[in-house]
Design a protein around this ligand. Structure first.
Ligand SMILES: *Cc1c(COP(=O)(O)O)cnc(C)c1O
Length: 377
């Protein structure tokens, strides 16, 4: 692809920090760079505790254990999301209850959430699509009325905020991703943010194979022992060293992505006016991180031909989520709350466009021109 969909950005400091980690002689988890990254997350989001994990998927799996999801417990989430949002809970025997999305932000429709609550509901997992916040006030309100645990899937939400507060700071817990397709990256990586103190101690234990290793390490316990279920969820300090280089530059990365996002937004205005597509909507309360630029085609039937035509022009445009509620595993393990008409329609019309640090204005212009040429030919 001449203009690839994604091109992982590196700051140039990654190798230096990795050497430092090697020189420090601590290659396993929870070394100095892990501590630096976790402190950065705690300071940035105000969470009580941040724990680096292998992935956002791993952080969601930890959250499902911490929320004590038991077989048959229902977990409310959108169908328009990545598989890990659901899988993490299904692994504990939980039942995803899929709620429709809003037509403007493609986030879970908070107005349709109430109807999905039952006596078996244990948790809500809002997903901040494209780094644009869900209506967290409404979601937290439903959660507190029904005594539910909220776990934000903030995989795409690093550096975004809602009403001035960072994403990941609203729920009892939140999961972030540092996968190479996200904004701040280390190849594969993630973090669990904990805002509710009651989960702090157990989170450390679950992450360390069910042991009190972290406490022994800090001198808070003298016997290393097996206490609980768990797994190995902590990444090597070498990866944390890579990630630290990115965190240091997170402000600059966001600024440069926003610049590209704004070029698209300006250039696609014309095609929106002509009725061929709709541009993304960002509610006034949301400050986003330019994780993604997508457009919604007015005519879903045109999507395969448009993607093919962009591909022939060397442009890496792609579609996004296939709804989970109608997927083979979704039908087996989950259930739909209503007919999810907006999810079905939106998922057939979304096209995601190349967006990465270093993508220049001329390329953005070319992508938009190629889209226009398809419709106007
Ligand atoms: C990327 C993503 C994930 C998974 O992240 P990994 O770090 O690859 O496990 C989960 N949920 C959403 C919404 C995502 O975008």
């Amino acid at each position: 692809m001449r203009i690839p969909f994604n091109k992982p950005y590196t700051t140039g400091k990654e190798f230096g920090y990795i050497s430092e980690a090697i020189d420090a002689g601590h290659l396993s988890g929870d070394g100095q760079f892990t501590m630096r990254c976790q402190k950065w997350l705690e300071e940035r989001t105000g969470c009580k505790k941040a724990l680096l994990t292998h992935s956002c998927t791993a952080a969601l799996e930890m959250a499902a254990i911490l929320a004590d999801i038991q077989p048959g417990d229902e977990v409310i989430m959108p169908s328009y999301t990545f598989v890990s949002t659901a899988n993490a809970f299904v692994l504990r025997g939980g039942v995803p209850v899929f709620v429709d999305i809003r037509p403007d932000t493609l986030n879970m429709d908070e107005m349709k959430m109430n109807r999905a609550v039952s006596s078996r509901t244990k948790a809500i997992v809002p997903v901040h699509y494209a780094g644009v916040a869900c209506e967290m006030d409404a979601i937290m309100d439903v959660a507190s009325r029904h005594n539910l645990i909220v776990i934000e899937d903030a995989a795409q939400g690093v550096m975004s905020s809602y009403k001035g507060r960072p994403l990941g700071s609203f729920g009892h817990m939140a999961a972030l991703s540092f996968h190479e397709t996200k904004n701040v990256i280390c190849g594969e990586g993630g973090a669990l943010l904990i805002n509710d103190e009651r989960f702090m101690e157990r989170a450390e234990i679950i992450r360390e194979k069910g042991t009190n290793r972290a406490q022994v390490f800090r001198g808070q316990a003298d016997k290393y022992t097996w206490l609980d279920i768990g797994s190995s969820f902590l990444p090597s300090d070498i990866l944390a060293a890579f990630l630290w280089a990115q965190m240091e530059e997170a402000g600059g990365i966001t600024k440069r992505r926003l610049e590209v996002w704004n070029w698209y937004h300006e250039e696609y205005q014309e095609l929106e006016k002509k009725g061929f597509l709709k541009r993304p909507v960002t509610p006034g309360d949301c400050c986003h991180n330019a994780h993604m630029y997508y457009v919604m085609l007015s005519d879903a039937a045109k999507r395969p031909a448009l993607l093919e035509s962009l591909k022939r022009a060397g442009i890496g445009a792609i579609f996004h989520y296939v709804p989970l509620h109608s997927s083979p595993a979704g039908l087996k393990y989950g259930k739909a709350a209503g007919d999810l008409a907006v999810t079905r329609s939106a998922s057939e019309r979304v096209i995601r466009l190349p967006l990465w640090v270093g993508l220049d204005r001329a390329s953005v212009h070319e992508v938009v021109s190629a889209t226009g040429a398809f419709f106007l030919r």
